[in-house]
Ligand binder design. Structure first.
Ligand code: C2O
Ligand code: CU
Length: 426
């Protein structure tokens, strides 16, 4: 082991508590260590995290470490561990192989536990002295569906359960780091690094800063090769991005919005506000970004022959309104893959709505979507597959044998069956 690397310990207690999302507006939350989001777990690449989970909920739970390349038995699904019962503890050991922004959340009763606030960010810092920002922030985005008494809204006659199952649960209360539509103050003349996590159950965030340009510097699996300038960016549930924001001029006030994006849900979304930036007095800047931040070697050419086809589909039913499937099965057990055999998967979305496809434990590269290669190469663990589309992804199973998963990251769709377990076999 490199003598520079450390073992860092965290205790996470899953609790029920009151949480103030806005002055006087208190919800009955579930979360880690009495806060939403839970504490940001921070380390350097190469370090090891030892995280002890204590379950103080009244139901079983687990923690999944979304995006970390850890052994299968640490992945937190009920396929690889017994759920942690109320009052019990479990210790996770996580060797951090990759720098980037990751997150943690239960893989048990997700539609309730994650909606209530059980999630948090993981920051793994890279060693890259040329990449310097004035300020770094983590922004965990969420939306909650509350009733007029600030309780978690139950489906009702106007909004029956099957619509929530179909669309995924979307709320009118938008949170950034557990606070409703906060104001973010930053200094004029400075450039900040924002690590963004979409922790919402189903909300697609089509991020915009009132049309002002910003730069993408990283995706799910860490830095991209060079910064990419955009004016809006779709971040689907489960995805992370890192952005370079600013510099802005003193006195500017900029809305952080999610623009309209039609993902095929029955309830259409409007343009909505997540937070407001207020730019204060100028401060000197030491920010610098190299032109080339990293090299990413392609895993396969775009026309590589697929090794597997995956079909995401849905069907109407009398009992549930709608069921979701993978290769015509709810909660599929898919065929194993072999260590060292390059996987080229064609993921077909045969439905009328978009699905963010997430692979546990391994990063993939998107080779193409509907025959088009992506604008830049990056490591991903979650990618949106637009309705009636096909994405071709490539990934390499390494020595970490065991049971893994892939699924849609709309939590109600996982519950409704759009998920699969499969084995990485020696
Ligand atoms: Cu964040 Cu199985 O997912
Ligand atoms: Cu879905």
């Amino acid at each position: 082991m490199n003598p520079q690397t450390k073992i860092i310990r965290y205790e996470l207690e899953a609790n029920l508590f009151d949480w103030e999302i806005a002055p006087g507006k208190v919800i009955q939350a579930w979360g880690y260590n009495g806060q939403i989001p839970g504490p940001t777990l921070r380390a350097k690449v190469g370090d090891t995290l030892i995280v002890r989970l204590k379950n103080n909920l009244q139901e079983p739970t687990t923690i999944h470490w979304h995006g970390l390349r850890i052994p299968a038995d640490m992945d937190g699904t009920e396929e690889v561990q017994a759920p942690v019962m109320p009052g019990e503890t479990f210790e996770y050991r996580l060797e951090l192989k990759d720098a980037g922004t990751f997150w943690y959340h239960p893989h048990t009763n997700e539609t309730v536990q994650m909606e209530r606030g059980l999630y948090g960010a993981i920051v793994v810092e890279e060693v890259n002295p040329e990449l310097v920002f004035d300020v770094e922030r983590v922004l965990v985005l969420d939306d909650m569906k509350l009733d007029k008494n600030d309780r978690f809204a139950k489906p009702n006659w106007f909004l029956p359960r099957w619509i929530e199952r179909h669309d995924g649960r979307q709320g009118d209360v938008r949170l950034v780091n557990g606070k409703q539509e906060p104001v973010i103050s930053l200094a004029a003349g400075q450039t900040e690094r924002w690590r963004i996590v979409n922790a919402a159950s189903a909300r697609f965030v089509n991020l915009s800063f009132e049309g002002k340009p910003f730069q993408i510097i990283a995706t799910d699996g860490g830095l991209i090769e060079r910064p990419v300038t955009v004016t809006e960016l779709l971040i689907t549930p489960g995805e992370r991005v890192e952005l370079a924001i600013g510099p802005f001029a003193e006195g500017e006030e900029i809305k952080i919005q999610s623009l309209v994006y039609d993902r095929g849900s029955m309830i259409k979304t409007k343009e909505i506000l997540f937070a407001t930036i207020q730019v204060g007095a100028a401060q000197t800047s030491k920010a610098s970004m190299p032109i080339r931040m990293r090299n990413i070697a392609p895993l396969a050419p775009a026309d590589a022959a697929p090794t597997r086809e995956i079909h995401l589909s849905g069907k109407r039913t009398w009992t549930n309104g709608v069921d979701f499937m993978i290769n015509n099965h709810q909660h599929l057990h898919d065929k194993p893959v072999k260590v060292g055999e390059l996987q080229i998967w064609d993921v077909y979305n045969d439905t009328m709505m978009d699905h963010p496809f997430h692979l546990h434990g391994f990063f993939f590269q998107v080779l193409e979507i509907n025959g088009q290669s992506p604008e830049f190469i990056s490591w991903k663990d979650t990618v949106n597959i637009p309705r009636f589309s096909k994405a071709r992804i490539a990934w390499l199973p390494d020595q970490r044998t065991g049971m893994w998963m892939y699924h849609c990251h709309i939590l109600e769709h996982v519950e409704a069956g759009m998920m699969a377990h499969f084995e990485v076999a020696a």
